[in-house]
Design a protein around this ligand. Structure first.
Ligand SMILES: Cc1ncc(COP(=O)(O)O)c(C=O)c1O
Length: 415
């Protein structure tokens, strides 16, 4: 364990995080800590949810952004700040700059979801759409900084940003002083490196230890290979619904802190993340974006050992309604509560009614039907039926499928 006397520790010291907390408290709210009966039963030990999805701007990002911007010199403040982001960092920087009376310019990729664009603008930032990826927007932000003298506010790889995010760790320990395990989403590593710095130093002073588990989306998990290689490694990612943590390379400072302080990094699938979002909505009544729900996904996937009080950080709640709709249907399908079937029917009267009857006999509910006579691969005497059915779990889903197959229907399970 590292402490203030350990000069090899690259991260922020506890005293500095405590000072940051005083600064950040002027803009950030103390977010609620909530228990979860459902997850407690599943894990076999107490689970708490740190609801940073209810933070101002909808995520923890204002902590780091505010701490970084407030530490700029007067000359730097006068020249303004610039950032590139497709989401929460943009809102955090825009909000923090407005609170400090500083001009903010945010570069966002073309095609960024409208709610995120509007929210960033609503905090008073100048938003410039540039490029088709965050990397392209980042290049544009760097050029802007060079041309205007504005300071770039990085999303994770800066000591002041890490220190600001660390304030969440101190707050969390005030709410659950005897936390045994803390589960935290990882993108570039800003949040977890800050929280781990705060929590591990505070716990060491109290002569105890706290386990820190990081969670990445399997489709964008640069930390496991980087930790194995002993240095940040750039990986090829694939799309993930957890867009907030879609990062292809760890931050340099963040990697160093995480290598020293984080006990374990696990990865979760898209299906687990969708299920987590649904559990949070239904059971905890919390609206959480996919990146903010990966900690719960890790519990659902059995990747976290319950050895005491476990705090899961819900790091953000900014999800646009269209994505929410898609994630909910994936989450229902992943929990075997939504079944999509394609059935080939002979084109004879009564076939559609017969399938509906069989589904009803299985006590399942049809939520959508599509009945087509034309289409590729269809014989003249055939009709294709697409049925969307609400089911109550794996056994019920199997029952519906078996009932239709036993009656001689040729079907394909789509979801
Ligand atoms: C909701 C949410 N959770 C977690 C993260 C983690 O990011 P990082 O590890 O880079 O701090 C992000 C990053 O934007 C985010 O938006």
């Amino acid at each position: 364990m590292k402490s203030e006397s350990d000069t090899t520790f690259a991260g922020p010291l506890l005293a500095d995080i405590e000072s940051a907390r005083v600064r950040v408290a002027t803009v950030a709210q103390v977010t609620p800590m909530q228990t979860s009966r459902y997850l407690t039963e599943l894990l076999g030990s107490e689970v708490y949810l740190k609801c940073e999805n209810l933070q101002r701007t909808g995520s923890y990002k204002i902590r780091g952004a505010y701490n970084r911007i407030s530490s700029l010199s007067d000359a730097e403040k006068a020249a303004g700040v610039v950032a590139a982001s497709a989401g929460n960092h943009a809102q955090g920087v825009a909000f923090a700059a407005r609170e400090l009376g500083i001009k903010a310019t945010i570069f966002m990729p073309i095609g960024v979801p409208l709610p995120k664009l509007q929210a960033t603008r609503s905090y008073g930032a100048d938003v410039i759409l540039r490029g088709h990826s965050v990397e392209e927007a980042l290049r544009a932000a760097a050029e802007f900084a060079h041309a205007t003298g504005a300071t770039v506010i990085p999303p994770f790889d800066h000591i002041d940003v890490v220190m600001g995010q660390g304030t969440l760790g101190l707050e969390l320990l005030d709410q659950v002083p005897d936390a045994d395990t803390i589960v935290i989403p990882i993108g570039g590593g800003g949040l977890i490196s800050g929280v781990a710095s705060a929590v591990k130093q505070r716990a060491a002073l109290e002569g105890r230890s706290v386990r820190i588990i990081g969670v990445q989306a399997a489709n964008a998990a640069a930390y496991p290979p980087s930790l194995a290689a002993g240095e940040p490694v750039e990986i090829t990612t694939t799309p993930t619904i957890a867009d907030g943590i879609h990062v292809s390379k760890p931050g340099i400072l963040n990697f160093e802190i995480i290598s020293q302080l984080v006990d374990e990094v696990v990865t979760v699938s898209e299906a687990d993340t969708a299920r987590a979002l649904l559990v949070l909505l239904e059971r905890a009544k919390q609206v959480v974006e996919p990146a903010g729900a990966v900690g719960v996904a890790a519990i659902l996937a059995g990747l976290v050992r319950g050895t005491g009080k476990t705090v899961v950080v819900l790091s953000g709640g900014n999800i646009d309604p269209l994505l929410m709709q898609r994630v909910i249907s994936h989450g229902l399908a992943a929990s075997d509560r939504y079944l999509k079937l394609r059935i080939m029917l002979p084109d004879r009267p009564g076939q559609l009614a017969r399938t509906a009857e069989l589904v009803a006999e299985a006590n399942a509910n049809v939520v959508e039907v599509q009945h087509t006579r034309h289409g590729k691969g269809l014989q003249i005497s055939q009709v294709e039926l697409e049925l969307h059915i609400e089911t109550r779990g794996p056994d019920h889903r199997d029952l519906v499928i078996a009932k239709l197959r036993d009656a001689g229907f040729e079907l394909r399970v789509e979801q």
